[in-house]
Ligand binder design. Structure first.
Ligand code: MN
Length: 249
């Protein structure tokens, strides 16, 4: 198995290296990651300036490994279409922080995987629901278990958004297959004043407690389970489309 690995926390983020170490035991790993933090850039691509790459082995002995000046989606696109690397699957992560509910629309981590899907490759995004570096080992153990047991069909059109809860204890958390929920935040913008007295705004806020629907990704994490959501790029609202078709008739 040839794996292309990317992320949005950047080439130097610990989660990228941890996931590369796991994937190395399952096949050849190629790395294409942003040269800096690119979290929350969504599926943006770079079209008004050049992309520069710097080759550097992420792990000793790696042949195909670079960091690029672009976004996560740029990195995957560049590796597959620019350098003509032919992976069997695209991985993205391990992200520092959850990618749950509607947050996936802002996520660079999920977008790197989604770019793989758009290029015809199966893809997996992995995120740790927390910022404790000890959690990367747990997320790595979960990924190793999923790959060893061959739980997820890696076929064209398959994109899995995996979130790992930050749980204590030696047992791996249970896996729950979920659908994407909705994440709403309170107090999103904080207004502050710069030294000249001019107001500026800083985006922050805390998530509103999620619904208790057990089918939803957010609930699975709240229950201490690993959440695996199959995603697709089609954003069509089929209910509304059916209504509109009736107008047409
Ligand atoms: Mn990130």
């Amino acid at each position: 198995m040839k794996v292309l690995l990317s992320n949005d926390d950047g080439f130097h983020a610990p989660g990228l290296k941890t996931l590369a170490e796991v994937l190395q035991d399952f096949g050849e790993v190629m790395v294409a990651a942003p040269d800096r933090e690119r979290s929350a850039v969504g599926h943006g691509i770079t079209v008004h300036q050049p992309l520069r790459i710097k080759e550097q082995p992420l792990l000793p002995g790696m042949k195909n490994s670079f960091m690029a000046s672009g976004t996560p989606a740029d990195c995957v696109k560049l590796a597959v279409q620019g350098l003509e690397w032919r992976p069997d699957v695209v991985f993205s992560g391990i992200n520092r922080g959850a990618n749950l509910g509607t947050d996936v629309l802002y996520s660079g981590t999920v977008s790197a995987a989604l770019e793989g899907l758009l290029l015809g490759l199966p893809a997996i995004a992995v995120s740790l629901c927390g910022h404790d570096t000890a959690g990367y080992e747990l997320a790595a153990a979960v990924m190793r278990d999923i790959l060893e047991k061959d739980i997820l069909p890696l076929k064209t059109g398959a994109l899995y958004n995996i979130n790992v809860p930050l749980t204590a204890g030696s047992e791996l958390p249970k896996i729950r297959f979920t659908r994407q929920g909705t994440r709403i935040y309170n107090n999103i913008f904080e207004q502050r004043k710069d030294p000249r007295g001019i107001p500026y705004y800083w985006l922050g806020g805390t998530p509103v407690p999620a619904s208790a629907d057990p089918e939803v990704d957010l609930t699975a994490i709240a229950d201490g389970c690993v959440s695996i959501t199959p995603l697709q790029p089609d954003l069509t609202n089929y209910n509304l489309l059916r209504q509109l078709r009736k107008i047409e008739d």
